[in-house]
Ligand binder design. Structure first.
Ligand code: NAD
Length: 266
């Protein structure tokens, strides 16, 4: 996997998975555009790359706002002239509430970032890639885009929608040299999973963590680097005829039906 001379743009690049991917692209030769609504977090990721001799810029942008999305695309083109790899990754978990109790505003917030944000990224990055005649995109879905996590209806709906957007877009641009895939992480050791642990049990989030991790066939959360590795593969020439796919990285959780009991681990 060699990204020498290539430009990678990552949204949510200030967070766990986005930062791991940003550093991963840099380590394999790419110039990196780190986008996050948390400007300090984006700057910190770009700083990690620059400290190691890499070329990176940070852009503060809210992926739900089309002006911000146009601005991050323009920043990438102004600085580096092209976008070869686009990791369309920013997302939020929202509230832990059943459908019968979830507020409309909370539903809109999750759909806004996780679906509209992903759409806007595609909407404004794709024209650049079409102009180039090449490009690789990975959208961050989730195993929640394949099977339901009851109690997170907006999140589950949003990640199913990301897979739909991935499939539709992949078919549209395949003849233009552009590939579009989705990565479906299971629980990953980032702020997001720890926030969910605290929502489930405010008094004892570490007990939730222990239970969740024990329920994974591999017995642990996936690391951000393990997600980044799949993203790098999908953006690389090694995946040159791979498009429209959904790639699960979850320690075997979905394959085993998310079973909490596993006789083999007793
Ligand atoms: N951690 C998990 O267990 C897990 C599992 C499956 C999928 N995912 C997905 O992975 C992606 C990355 O999540 P993470 O685990 O790294 O969480 P994280 O919270 O560490 O990172 C998310 C980043 O996205 C940024 N962000 C949020 N809303 C934004 C907006 N409107 N505009 C720009 N940036 C915004 C945040 O500031 C943060 O830096 C998300 O799409 C998430 O849904 C995570």
């Amino acid at each position: 996997m060699d990204f020498t001379g290539k430009v990678a743009l990552i949204t949510g690049g200030g967070g766990g998975i986005g930062r791991a991917a940003s550093v991963g692209f840099f380590k394999r030769g790419a110039k990196v555009v780190v986008v996050d609504r948390d400007g300090a977090a984006a700057e910190a990721t770009a700083g990690i790359i620059r400290q190691q001799g890499g070329d990176a810029i940070a852009v503060t942008a809210d992926v739900t706002k089309s002006d911000d999305v146009k601005a991050y695309v323009k920043a990438a083109i102004d600085k580096f002239g092209r976008i070869d790899c686009f990791f369309n990754n920013a997302g939020i978990e929202g509230k832990l509430k059943p459908t019968a109790e979830l507020d409309e505003a909370d539903f809109d917030a999750v759909i806004g970032v996780n679906v509209k944000g992903v759409f806007l990224g595609l909407r404004y990055v794709l024209p650049e890639m079409i102009r180039q005649g090449s490009g690789a995109i990975v959208n961050t879905a989730s195993v929640a885009g394949l099977v339901a996590t009851p109690g997170m209806p907006a999140y589950v709906a949003s990640k199913h929608a990301v897979i739909g957007l991935t499939k539709a877009t992949a078919g549209e641009v395949a003849r233009q040299g552009i590939r579009v895939n989705a990565v479906c992480p299971g629980p990953v050791d980032t702020r997001m999973i720890h926030a969910l642990e605290a929502l489930i049990s405010p008094r004892d989030p570490s007990a939730v963590s222990a239970m969740y991790q024990a329920a994974q066939p591999t017995g642990r959360y996936t690391t951000p680097d393990e997600i980044a590795n799949m993203v790098l593969f999908l953006c690389s020439d090694l995946a040159s005829n791979t498009t429209g796919g959904q790639f699960v990285v979850d320690g075997g959780r979905t394959a085993t039906g998310g079973a909490v009991t596993n006789i083999a681990n007793r």
